[in-house]
Write a protein that binds this ligand. Structure first.
Ligand code: NAD
Ligand code: ZN
Length: 339
């Protein structure tokens, strides 16, 4: 629900208890003072905190504080904070309630919806996790005012995914956005509308397929390559949204070259990525073969095939199983990988 996130509103919602806000140092610096009377567990910003070590420290802190099943965790931050907090909430004493307050655009449209929580094991992304829904998700677009432009663009990559893959009417709204903007208020209406539409799409798809077996895979458009790109570069070079943009761009390029996707649809998509300065290729294009190797380990690979998600036309995605060697070949690589 759309709400102004204040300490007063939180306390009103939660009632008395040993509630704990989990946040990262950047969000704490901007917004910590909004919650002077609430306990906060502050983690280092970035993917590095989706780790067993941080998880262990958080659980130890909850224990020390004497939290029980009636107490809430509150995730105040981006996808990293949300994934870690959700996982801690789902496992501490077999589950405590938590409230998710996403502060990045990516977290608002993607990671806060769908019930996936998790932490990484080395470079193995989300190797440990659970399906666990927050009690509430509080949406306050005001947080985006302080979000760095690059992080904003990262969230736009996911919004572009929803637009081109599920609801082409969103495309005009994205095209009409003022970018780069100095003040959120110039864009607030467009952004709020796009976020609400994106969440509705994700909720609908997830509701139909909670355990990620069929249609939900379509939400992974661009993500097979995207996740592999993130892993290949140790989660440092590209943001999640940038990696996913490159992943989508590769799929779109192939579909266009194979005559499955029209030139005009292809160009519309590319223009959207360009608008937000999102990358559509790797800075070192040859690295794609190293990335392809990571795909081999991707959890979506079944036997000799991987399930690729391809755009047939704007608003229509298809799940197409592709022989792994063909997939590699289409990327222009000649890998002799044992399958
Ligand atoms: P993030 O949480 O690392 O946040 C990005 C950066 O923005 C951080 O430096 C953070 O400190 C800063 N930040 C956050 N809010 C801010 C604000 N309001 N003002 C200023 N700075 C702010 O990254 P993210 O892009 O939000 O999330 C990425 C993570 O989400 C990845 O770990 C990814 O795997 C995960 N994810 C999960 C799901 C899911 O379904 N659970 C889906 C997509 C992504
Ligand atoms: Zn994503």
């Amino acid at each position: 629900m759309t709400i102004e996130v204040t300490q007063e509103n939180l306390i009103k919602r939660l009632g008395p208890g040993r509630h704990l806000i989990v946040t990262d140092a950047n969000v704490e610096a901007y917004y910590g003072k909004r919650f002077p009377g609430m306990d906060r567990f502050v983690i280092a910003p970035g993917e590095v905190s989706k780790s067993i070590e941080t998880y262990e420290r958080l659980i130890a802190y909850m224990q020390e504080k004497g939290m029980t099943r009636g107490d809430y965790l509150i995730a105040l931050g981006g996808g990293v904070v949300g994934d870690l907090t959700g996982f801690a909430a789902s496992t501490y004493m077999r589950g405590v309630p938590y409230i998710n307050i996403p502060t990045t655009l990516l977290a608002m449209v993607d990671s806060s919806v769908g019930g996936k929580t998790g932490i990484n094991m080395g470079n193995a992304k989300n190797a440990i996790g659970s399906f666990y829904n927050p009690t509430d998700i509080w949406l306050d677009v005001g947080f985006l005012e302080t979000l760095p432009k690059r992080e904003f663009a990262s969230g736009m990559a996911e919004i572009i995914k929803y637009a081109i893959g599920f609801d082409p009417e969103m495309i005009q709204q994205i095209q009409a956005m003022d970018w780069p903007f100095d003040e959120m208020k110039n864009n607030r209406e467009h952004i709020e509308a796009l976020i609400i539409k994106s969440i509705a799409i994700k909720e609908k798809v997830v509701e139909d397929d909670f355990r990620d077996s069929g249609n939900r895979q379509k939400l992974n458009f661009g993500h097979t390559l995207g996740h592999a790109i993130e892993a290949y570069y140790g989660f440092k070079t590209y943001t999640h949204g940038e990696a996913v943009a490159i992943g989508m761009a590769y799929q779109l390029k192939q579909a266009n070259q194979l005559g499955r996707l029209s030139d005009s649809a292809y160009e519309t998509c590319m223009a959207l990525f360009n608008k937000f300065n999102l990358p559509v290729d790797l800075r070192v294009p040859d690295h794609i073969c190293g990335v392809a190797w990571h795909v081999a380990k991707d959890k979506k690979r079944k036997a000799t095939h991987i399930h690729t998600i391809q755009l047939e036309k704007l608003g229509q995605l298809q799940i197409i199983p592709v022989d792994f060697t063909v997939f590699i070949d289409n990327l222009g690589c000649d890998l002799k990988i044992k399958i």
